[in-house]
Design a protein. Structure first.
Length: 445
């Protein structure tokens, strides 16, 4: 009996060793990625625009002074420490020592300040930066309590360029080849300050392909990929807002249209239950209060509101190369027709209504709300937000919705197909649930 027990224990140990070896992270190998959008631009003055799907690649190449941790709190990245005056106008950042760019140049205040100033200057005219040895001081003429949240955005990442390299960053991967509109190749940065990533290299193909890569996005619409058997599907939290934006707000008409729209078919049919109905600007997981804006369609009330109006046909502009936007526009027009409102979807610019798609750029709720309000033409509302007072976020959203200049329709997640050999994807949302943290991944070889 003891012999059998010993033998069982030995076999169990061998089996556990094999299982552990199969799941233990491995260094090496190449990850292939396919992204359906071929419009990626590499410009160090606008590092991998966070308002595009390719913005998720930015943290792999370039880094910001600070970033968000798994709980959404600010933590150090290229800056180890910071402090500010009581008015939040003067901010001092101490840079992390022994950080180098991909070309071997050390990170210093002198080469950090120009890139950061260029980005902040475009948004805030009253900003200046003073560089010391490993310290930069950012000075504003107005209070900037939201600066840390602003500095988590990919646009504020620190990078340089050369005659042969459009982006030289400090991230875990360095750019080795760039074919605009076709392919991007990255290699592990051996001297990365936070440790070498698992992968040796990443090859990113741009434009819709046959979904043969290790990782590929699954866009909504007619370009939706055929997913190979055995592929795992990963969905991010809702990370893109679909909404109607009015060029000339007409409160009664737009209120009626909002009441006429049934968001359930958009979510259940057009997104195949992958999306969520949107009644506010920020999704529930980010704001915590989106459910308070929820309403039900009310055709009777919509007809009553427009019964005394003489309405000409309303044009609704959508992007010409976006089949999903066209399907949403047609659905909106159908709902509007049931209420007695004629909407004509068109790809011509200048419509009375515009269908907008806006991906989230940040997982910091007040920072993202300020971004969205400015994009949606409500800078006046953005100015009322105090990042330290959540009630001001709600009030700003509520005021915008009451104006009916924006009608939210749906939130979309990002969908990715993962080949069986890709591992550790579950670690991706822990840092940032709306971006690809490729340094966490490893592959079977």
């Amino acid at each position: 009996m003891r012999l059998r027990a010993w033998a069982w224990l030995a076999l169990s140990s061998i089996g556990w060793g094999i299982l552990s070896a199969a799941t233990r992270p491995r260094y090496g190998g190449t990850l292939t990625v396919e992204l359906s959008n071929a419009s990626l631009m590499l410009d160090p003055t606008r590092p991998l625009d966070s308002a595009s799907a390719q913005g998720h690649l930015s943290p792999a190449i370039t880094e910001t002074l600070v970033r968000l941790d798994a709980r959404g709190a600010i933590e150090p990245q290229l800056a180890l420490a910071w402090q500010h005056d009581p008015d939040n106008k003067r901010w001092r950042f101490s840079l992390r020592p022994k950080v180098t760019f991909h070309d071997g140049e050390p990170l210093t205040a002198t080469n950090t300040a120009p890139a950061l100033l260029a980005v902040l200057k475009r948004k805030y005219g009253d900003v200046s930066i003073t560089a010391g040895a490993q310290t930069i001081v950012i000075q504003f003429e107005h209070p900037m309590p939201e600066l840390l949240a602003e500095l988590t955005r990919p646009e504020t990442a620190i990078s340089r360029k050369s005659d042969t390299n459009p982006v030289i960053g400090t991230g875990p991967f360095r750019l080795t080849a760039w074919e605009p509109g076709r392919r991007l190749t990255l290699a592990a940065f051996e001297d990365y300050w936070d440790g070498r990533p698992f992968l040796d290299s990443i090859v990113i193909s741009l434009g819709t392909g046959p979904a043969r890569a290790d990782v590929f996005d699954i866009p909504f619409g007619s370009t939706r990929r055929v997913v190979p058997e055995g592929t795992r599907i990963w969905a991010s939290p809702p990370s893109e807002l679909i909404a109607l934006l009015a060029a000339n707000p007409q409160s009664t008409l737009l209120q009626a249209l909002s009441l006429a729209i049934d968001r359930a078919p958009i979510v259940n049919v057009l997104t195949q239950r992958r999306g969520e109905p949107a009644f506010g600007i920020l999704p529930q997981w980010l704001s915590g209060y989106a459910f308070l804006f929820q309403t039900a369609p009310d055709l009777a009330r919509a007809k009553q509101l427009i019964s005394q109006l003489r309405l000409p046909p309303i044009s609704l502009t959508y992007s010409a190369n976006d089949s999903f936007a066209r399907a949403v526009a047609d659905r909106v027009a159908l709902n509007a027709h049931d209420a007695g409102i004629t909407i004509q979807p068109t790809t011509n610019p200048g419509g009375s209504l515009t269908l907008v798609r806006r991906p989230l750029a940040s997982v910091d709720a007040p920072a993202e709300l300020i971004i969205l309000l400015n994009v949606l033409g409500a800078a006046d509302r953005a100015g009322t937000i105090d990042p330290t007072r959540p009630e001001t976020w709600f009030e700003a959203e509520r005021a915008l919705l009451d104006d009916h200049r924006v009608i939210p329709l749906a939130y979309l997640p990002e969908l990715y197909g993962l080949a069986p050999r890709v591992h550790n994807w579950e670690a991706v949302p822990k840092r940032d649930p709306i971006r690809l943290n490729l340094e966490n991944l490893w592959v079977d070889r």
